[in-house]
Design a binder for this molecule. Structure first.
Ligand code: XUL
Ligand code: CO
Length: 442
C-alpha cells in the first residue's frame, strides 16, 4: 500500500519519562484500569472530516494545509487515496475506530443516484481495507448542513422537497453505516433550528423533525441496523438557535414525541460549553437519565465564543468527563470520537499525530485519576454524608414519597432551629488537585 505518513512509524507507549513526542506517555492500551484494559475503556475514534478533510480554511483565509492524499485529479481516486491515508493513520496511531459523514468519504455526482453509486464504490473500498485490519466503524452520519439546499434546515425545512432529500440521504447513510458494521448512527441537527421566529412555525418544524426521526427509527429496524441511535445536542452554530440545544432540551423533545426509548445522546465537549454548561454537566445530565450514549471529545477555548473543536488537552476536563463515564459503567457501544481539528498554523501532516497523541494521553490521564477518585470514594463519601438527613426519620419519608405538606409544616414548627453545614467546595477542589498531581494523602 502507498504510504502518506512515511516519516512516522507506529506510535508506542513509552511512559511519562520518554522525550519522544511521537509516543504515548500515559495511554498504554494494555494497562488494566479497574476491570478493563485502557483500550477497552477508551474506545477512541478518528473523525474522517476533521482529520482527513480539513484543510485549514477559515473565515479570513483559504486552505493552507499540506495533505498528500489530495494530489489526485480524479475525485474518486482522491477519495480512495484519502481512505488509504486514513487506514495508514489508524494503524500507526493504534486507534481502532473511525467516524464519518456520507459526504466525507465519497464525492457527489451529478444526481443523487450517481452520488449513491460513488458512495457504494468507496464503501466497498473501505470494507476491503477493514478486512485486513481490526479497525471498526464507531458511527456514521449524514451531512445535512453543507449543501445550499439545506439553507432553511433539513428535516425542519419549510420546503417539502428538502425534507424528502434529507430522508433519502439519511436512508442511504444508514445503509452504508450498516454495511460498514457501524456500531452507532448519529443525528446532529446542524441546520435544524432557526435564524428568526418572525418567519418560523416552530411547532410545525418540531413536529416534522419528530416525524423524520420516527421514520429513521422505522427504517433502521427494517434494514436490521441494531446499532445505537444518537442525537448530538448543540445550542447554536450554524443556526442562531438549534432545536437540540443541550441535553435537557433534547431529552424534553424526545419525551414529548415518544422518541426517548429509541435514542441516546452523543455529547460533545465544545457544544456543552457553547451552551453555557460544563462538559461534566452535560455528561451528568445524560448519565442520570440513562442517556449517555457516546462522546465527541474535544475542547473549546475560553476566550472564543464559537465551536473551535480543539483537541482535548485540559486534564481537569478529561478527568471529570472520565469520572462520569466510569460512573456510567462505560459507554460501549459508544466511544470517544475526536471531533477535533488541528489549528491552522499546525498545517503539516505530522501535526495530526501530535494532536491525537496529545488528546489520547489527556484522556488516559483523566481516566487514571478518575478511577483513583472513585476507588477511594473521595467525592462519593462526601456526597453521601451531605445528604445524610434524608436517610432516616422525616428525611426518609420525603425520599420515599410518604409525606405531605401538612406533616412537613408540623415538623418545621417543631424544628425551628435550623443548622446547615459547609459545602467545602475549596477543600474538595484541593483534594481533586492532590489526585490530579498524584500526591496521595497518607
Ligand atoms: C458539528 C459537529 C459535527 C457532528 C457530526 O459541530 O459536532 O461534526 O459531530 O455531524
Ligand atoms: Co460532533
Amino acid at each position: 500500500m502507498r504510504e502518506f505518513f512515511s516519516n512516522v512509524s507506529a506510535i508506542r507507549y513509552e511512559g511519562p519519562r520518554s522525550k519522544n513526542s511521537l509516543s504515548f506517555k500515559y495511554y498504554d492500551p494494555e494497562e488494566r484500569i479497574g476491570d478493563k484494559k485502557m483500550k477497552d475503556h477508551l474506545r477512541f475514534a478518528v473523525a474522517f472530516w476533521h482529520t482527513f478533510g480539513f484543510r485549514g480554511a477559515d473565515l479570513f483565509g483559504s486552505e493552507n494545509m499540506i495533505r498528500p492524499w489530495d494530489n489526485f485529479t480524479d475525485p474518486m481516486e482522491r477519495a480512495k487515496a484519502k481512505v488509504d491515508a486514513a487506514f495508514e493513520f489508524f494503524e500507526k496511531l493504534g486507534v481502532r475506530y473511525f467516524c464519518f459523514h456520507d459526504r466525507d468519504i465519497a464525492p457527489e455526482g451529478e444526481t443523487l443516484g450517481e452520488t449513491n453509486r460513488n458512495l457504494d464504490e468507496i464503501t466497498r473500498y473501505i470494507k476491503r481495507l477493514m478486512n485486513g485490519s481490526d479497525v471498526k466503524c464507531l458511527w456514521g452520519t449524514a451531512n445535512l448542513f453543507k449543501d445550499p439546499i439545506y439553507t432553511h434546515g433539513a428535516a425542519t425545512s419549510c420546503n417539502v422537497d428538502v425534507f424528502a432529500r434529507a430522508a433519502a440521504q439519511v436512508k442511504k447513510a444508514m445503509e452504508v453505516t450498516l454495511e460498514l458494521g457501524g456500531q452507532n448512527f448519529v443525528f446532529w441537527g446542524g441546520r435544524e433550528g432557526y435564524e428568526t421566529l418572525l418567519n418560523t412555525d416552530m411547532r410545525f418544524e418540531l413536529d416534522n423533525y419528530a416525524r423524520f426521526l420516527h421514520m429513521a427509527v422505522e427504517y433502521a429496524r427494517e434494514i436490521g441496523f441494531t446499532g445505537q441511535l444518537l442525537i448530538e445536542p448543540k445550542p447554536k452554530e450554524p443556526m442562531k438557535h438549534q432545536y437540540d440545544f443541550d441535553v435537557a432540551t433534547t431529552l424534553a423533545f424526545l419525551k414529548n414525541y415518544d422518541l426517548d426509548r429509541y435514542f441516546k445522546l452523543n455529547i460533545e465537549a465544545n457544544h456543552a460549553t457553547l451552551g453555557g454548561h460544563t462538559f461534566q454537566h452535560e455528561l451528568r445530565y445524560a448519565r442520570i437519565n440513562d442517556k449517555l450514549g457516546s462522546i465527541d471529545i474535544n475542547q473549546g477555548d475560553p476566550l472564543l465564543g464559537w465551536d473551535v473543536d480543539r483537541f482535548p488537552t485540559d486534564v481537569y476536563s478529561t478527568t471529570l468527563a472520565m469520572y462520569e463515564v466510569l460512573k456510567n459503567g462505560g459507554i460501549e457501544p459508544g466511544g470517544f470520537n475526536f471531533d477535533a481539528k488541528v489549528r491552522r498554523p499546525s498545517f503539516e501532516p505530522v501535526d495530526l499525530f501530535y494532536a491525537h497523541i496529545a488528546g489520547m494521553d489527556a484522556c488516559a490521564m483523566g481516566l487514571k485519576i478518575a478511577h483513583r477518585l472513585l476507588e477511594d470514594k473521595v467525592l462519593d463519601n462526601f456526597i453521601e454524608e451531605r445528604y445524610a438527613s434524608y436517610r432516616d426519620g422525616i428525611g426518609l419519608k420525603i425520599a420515599s414519597g410518604e409525606i405531605n405538606f401538612r406533616d412537613l409544616e408540623r415538623y418545621a414548627m417543631e424544628h425551628e432551629h435550623i443548622q446547615n453545614s459547609s459545602g467545602r467546595q475549596e477543600m474538595l477542589e484541593a483534594v481533586l488537585n492532590e489526585y490530579m498531581f498524584e500526591q496521595q494523602r497518607s
